[in-house]
Write a protein that binds this ligand. Structure first.
Ligand code: SF4
Ligand code: SF4
Length: 431
């Protein structure tokens, strides 16, 4: 960790310096230690380690606040558990706030008095970010996005090659030369985004969405300059870097003069842009923003696409991404879609806004130093999936797909993991 100098400590404490931030001060001072949040958290449930109780994470940030910002904490620190921001405290903060929280918000939803625990965790992460203590693995993902335009540093030529390859596959599959994947075309109705995992590891999900756009006769384009829907600076706690990433997507919308920005299946990317970007950038959207989940549901409602109910006969279950569902409120659309053409659909227990996190959120997939812990907490999700008896797990989030794919192998579940666009594309009826 290295020694902390006065200047670094002050940078960390700067998060408490806005006297107008009544939300932060209120939530730092409100926990009544009832303990009800413990059973909400997959880290605590899977390990029974008291350090992982959500209220302990709140206490950690609050203890620093008390030490430097309250009279009693300055004079009698031990009475109110006020702690100095030193090596020991910051080490514990990195381990608990980065390494033991997916910012899933389940504890916040269950807190008896409404403490916004994931907001406090995020504030603690911002404190560590100000001090240059974001885990190097997570910071390198943010740096890749800032320097190359996508979090996997995919060169533009490689991205274009992948898209053209998928276009050829799609044209062959549906035997129609008009099934194109447009690049950089101005004045379209939709600018569509991607999670860089798609061109890198799952290119078939690009052609799946292109097939849906083709069936719906959509006016759309991808951009080679800025297609990355993710924003890992949202998880590192660096709001300036999060704003820079969001601004690039915003500027590409203006550059291509599209009417609607459609966010690919990515929970945190949707949250960071749709619900947070106007806060980061301090301006309202001049264009429409929606998720691909909402768009596909609208295509079905408006009868722009038709799906074959006989196509998928296996039992299907749904994993609700925390950022899209609990934090974003997009709960019904994916069920409208699946119930429209899946004959054997089964919900997990619990599901919807009460669903358990898969364990891959909050930047965990980028922080390889916590891999062992990440797979330990994943046993909660593995058990949920096993109990459904499903053969296919659908989830509208590429990060969740990645974590669920690892869970599938690690816990020997023997299921298929698919995005929503992939199952819809499989069942499309094309004229
Ligand atoms: S946000 Fe999720 S992972 Fe973090 S403490 Fe709360 S329940 Fe646990
Ligand atoms: S449920 Fe809320 S009030 Fe109770 S211990 Fe947890 S954070 Fe504190």
């Amino acid at each position: 960790m290295g020694s902390l100098n006065k200047e670094t400590i002050q940078k960390g404490l700067d998060v408490f310096q806005n006297p107008a931030d009544s939300k932060l001060i209120t939530h730092l001072n409100s926990c009544v230690h009832c303990g009800l949040c413990a059973e909400s958290c997959i880290y605590y449930l899977a390990t029974k380690d008291d350090r992982f109780i959500p209220a302990r994470k709140v206490d950690l940030v609050a203890s620093v606040y008390k030490r430097y910002c309250t009279h009693i904490g300055k004079v009698f620190p031990s009475i109110v558990n006020a702690r100095k921001l030193n090596e020991e405290t910051t080490e514990e903060m990195v381990d608990l706030l980065f390494g033991a929280c997916t910012m899933c918000g389940r504890c916040t939803a269950h807190c008896s008095i409404g403490v916004d625990i994931s907001f406090i965790v995020k504030t603690g992460r911002t404190m560590l970010s100000n001090m240059g203590m974001v885990p190097a693995t997570l910071q390198s993902t943010v740096n890749a996005a800032l320097t190359s335009g996508n979090n996997m540093s995919i060169p533009t030529e490689e991205f274009v090659d992948t898209v053209k390859w998928m276009e050829e596959e799609l044209i062959d599959e549906i035997n129609n030369p008009n099934a194109l994947i447009p690049l950089n075309e101005p004045d379209k109705r939709v600018l569509y985004t991607l999670n860089p995992r798609e061109p890198k590891f799952f290119p078939l999900s690009i052609s799946a969405m292109a097939k849906i756009f083709f069936a719906a006769k959509e006016s759309w384009t991808l951009s080679t300059a800025m297609y990355d829907v993710t924003n890992y600076a949202f998880f590192s706690g660096n709001n300036t870097e999060a704003a820079r990433i969001a601004d690039r997507l915003w500027k590409e919308m203006e550059h291509l003069r599209a009417q609607t920005l459609v966010l690919a299946e990515c929970g945190h990317g949707s949250r960071a842009f749709r619900w947070e970007a106007p806060n980061f950038l301090k301006k309202p959207f001049p264009f429409k923003v929606e998720t691909s989940v909402e768009l596909i549901a609208a295509y079905i409602r408006e009868k722009k696409i038709r799906l074959d109910p006989q196509k998928i006969k296996e039992k299907v279950t749904l994993h609700d991404p925390c950022n899209l569902v609990r934090n974003g409120g997009i709960l019904l659309e994916q069920r409208v879609i699946l119930n429209h053409f899946i004959g054997d659909f089964v919900e997990m227990t619990p599901h919807g806004i009460d669903n358990y996190c898969c364990g891959g959120g909050g930047g965990q997939l980028a922080m390889s130093e916590y891999n062992e812990r990440r797979m330990k907490i994943a046993e909660i999700k593995a058990e949920q999936i096993r109990k459904t008896g499903a053969n296919i797990v659908v989830t509208p989030c590429h990060n969740c797909v990645d974590q669920l794919s690892q869970i599938n192998i690690h816990f020997n579940l023997g299921v298929q993991i698919k995005t929503l666009a992939e199952v819809v594309a499989d069942a499309l009826i094309l004229d």
